[in-house]
Ligand binder design. Structure first.
Ligand code: LLP
Length: 384
């Protein structure tokens, strides 16, 4: 965090809630913009990571485009001021109304994942007398070495067009009169910290461009998707991801043609570190060998630990007492409702405020109402 939590203000608010450090978000966006501009890269923020309207409107101020995966996200991006001409639309299951929304708004590009989808876009575009711009989402068959629930670029994943089907897709494209191929798209997974993986992606891209070149196909846009990870263990040491080194990998290993534009779709790396889930301790409970800190937040507010075994740094922000170990759990009637086991925290008492850090991405957006719970509110450092 670029400043400590405003404890006295936080204590006045009803928990649990999301707290966003706007100064840190701005610092991240400034760094992202500067580093991407060095190479002329185009950035489309992955709205799925956090679609809170205020977050979207701050991101929009920095001139980024938007990467959307549903009609709802397209609408949220438009409402926040993102121009349709900067919107890319991905997803394996685009419904007709969502495609129609994209066509009506003249979005920049549909990232297409299958032949049947290509046919539907072609058919719907014809009905509107429009030409849809499409990019082929190719599954590059690269292992991103991340959690199996968030890896997407391997043969067995449902995403993208397999390399072996590329010829068939290109043949099909020739029959589509209302779509124009403008690019190729990849997204190999999320929370990737091993830069070697991106280097492999560049190499695979080279092979694919060669393959397309042999068939006299030139694509103007290359979209590498998102995936850059953040430091969940030490958010204070790495509040802003190393965008410089990330882009440097692509710059070194992929040399675009003069007429080729390079695009990225970062989500987590933009918003992850600026958000914390703030919760209050309801009860302290002693088990036979453990101490439990029972919070008023559960997986209904932040599902990442339960769903992906994700670990978030947890802090007692209202105590200076010496540290002890606790299992930090929520109130939901499921054993998986646990934020961390044997977590060292400043001695915890009922009423203490607990911050679960690095929760700005895939936190508030994935909240749910299981157990008839209320969706969490959001507060911003510059407005409380
Ligand atoms: N582009 C596409 C096509 C995507 O599917 C994703 C994320 C992104 C971009 C943004 O990726 P990022 O830069 O955020 O890694 N809920 C999971 C993460 C799911 C990511 C899904 N796709 C989590 O909490 O870890």
């Amino acid at each position: 965090m670029t400043g400590a939590f405003p404890i006295e203000k936080i204590k006045q608010l009803e928990t649990p809630f999301y707290y966003y450090d706007v100064a840190l978000l701005r610092q991240t966006l400034t760094n992202l913009s500067e580093e991407s501009k060095k190479f002329g890269y185009h950035i489309h923020y992955a709205v799925k990571a956090n679609s809170n309207p205020r977050i979207l409107s701050i991101i929009h101020e920095y001139g980024l485009g938007a990467d959307c995966v549903s009609g709802g996200e397209i609408q949220a991006a438009l409402d926040a001021g993102f121009p349709a001409s900067s919107i890319v639309f991905a997803g394996v299951g685009k419904a007709d109304w969502e495609i129609n929304l994209g066509l009506d708004q003249d979005i920049f590009c549909f990232n297409v994942e299958s032949i049947p989808e290509l046919s539907v876009i072609d058919e719907l575009a014809k009905k509107k007398n429009k030409i849809a711009s499409v990019a082929l989402r190719i599954n590059p068959e690269i292992d991103a070495h991340t959690h199996h629930h968030i890896t997407t670029g391997m043969k067995e994943n449902k995403f993208g067009i397999n390399l072996s089907q590329l010829d068939e897709v290109l043949l099909h494209l020739q029959r589509c009169t209302a779509v124009r191929l403008i690019g190729i798209h990849f997204h190999i997974g999320s929370q990737i910290l091993d830069m070697e993986v991106f280097q492999q992606l560049c190499k695979r891209l080279g092979d694919i461009l060669h393959f397309l070149g042999d068939r006299k196909i030139v694509v103007e846009n290359i979209n590498f998707g998102g995936g850059l990870g953040i430091d969940y263990d030490h958010p204070e040491q790495h509040p802003v991801p190393d965008f410089g080194s990330y882009f440097e990998v692509f710059h070194r290993h992929f040399h675009p043609q003069p007429n080729q534009q390079v695009h990225f779709e970062p989500g987590r790396s933009v918003v992850g570190q600026c958000g914390s889930l703030i919760s209050k301790v309801l009860y302290m409970k002693e088990g036979s060998s453990k101490k439990f800190a029972i919070l008023d937040a559960g997986f209904t507010e932040l599902i990442r630990p339960a769903l992906y075994e994700a670990s978030h740094k947890i802090e007692n922000i209202t105590s200076d007492a010496s540290q002890e170990k606790y299992d930090v759990v929520g109130p939901i009637c499921e054993s998986s409702d646990c934020f961390g086991k044997d977590v060292s925290l400043n001695q915890v008492n009922r009423g203490d405020f607990i911050a679960i850090r690095s929760a700005g991405a895939y936190g508030e957006v994935m909240a749910m109402q299981y157990n008839c719970r209320k969706l969490p509110k959001a507060y911003f450092s510059d407005l409380i």
